[in-house]
Design a protein around this ligand. Sequence first.
Ligand code: NAD
Length: 326
Amino acid sequence: MSRLRVIVVGMGFMGLLHARAVRGLRSAELVGVVDLNETAATTAGESLGVPAFTDLAQAIRESRAQAAIIATPDPSHRRPTEVALDAGLAVLVEKPLATTVEDAQAMTELARRQGARLMTGHLFRFDARYAQAAETIRSGRLGKPFLFTARHWSTRSLGARVGEVTSPLWHFSIHHIDAIQWISGASIESIDGAQALASAGGSSAFLAIGALSSGAGFQISTGWTLPDTGGRSTEFEAHCERGVVRITFAPGGGLALWDETRGHEVEATAWPLIHGRIEGLLRREIEHFVEAVLDGTDFVITPEDAIAAISSAVALENASIRRTAP
Ligand SMILES: NC(=O)c1ccc[n+]([C@@H]2O[C@H](COP(=O)([O-])OP(=O)(O)OC[C@H]3O[C@@H](n4cnc5c(N)ncnc54)[C@H](O)[C@@H]3O)[C@@H](O)[C@H]2O)c1
């Protein structure tokens, strides 16, 4: 079996998970890791047993990579993606593809000119619950959807880690925007209200309501408001003429541990460790990317889908009222 030679760029929280997941695939070979920060690159390279680089172009030349996974912070996706596409690599970019429509379109146009493959990692596309919700709703069995709701609450400590470079809108709502647009086959068309709310205590939330091009309403609430002791929750609902689809995430995917000082929710859905291998949605996403590149088949997420999600996120951000609460 031919194996796709993959490098992973950005050795932070997500990039390390991607690199470990790639190492667990039979269809791919991890051939290097890259980070602008030399210590982050070297530490990751040593722990994964692969060459480490601080320069992506050099990494591509020396590792003879055929594909790159870009896991740099949200506003820093374009540059490394362009370097990889310029070299003709297939590229999987963490969500969002970019934080402006202009950047996303430029990346997509470059991929087209280079004849290179480009996919964005909207993880819910690889969740059996979302895929079945999409199929059920699109089959028309429940009649036309008239309301979509999504909520996603995480911890303030996540906000403390990522809040300088991103926001609940770009970190969480973008997942739900893509899911709603994918499942409904419609796009966000009008916004009745949106609010970016921050508190002095480190909580942050993004709330929005509006309508889709199909006429259905939508409501999205996301944020980091919880203490580390627990309570993370995600829920998606589609209310249709003749029924309702509801997806509920048990906190941490249903796995919790308590020690003598506090409780911990352990991630058991997105990237659980099973018998030493990263499994779950992340593995499915990367496996899909790798197999579609090797087989020359279509990705389930097109660059146009990624641009549509960004375009809606930008519209929501521009429409939002910013408030600071005590
Ligand atoms: N799909 C999901 O559920 C999910 C979850 C978490 C994060 N993410 C996404 O993953 C991406 C990374 O997030 P994170 O939390 O891992 O960030 P992070 O801050 O933990 O790590 C980012 C790393 O990238 C490095 N870096 C920055 N610019 C670089 C560049 N130009 N070239 C090489 N390295 C560079 C930094 O030094 C850092 O080590 C973000 O886009 C985020 O939205 C997705």
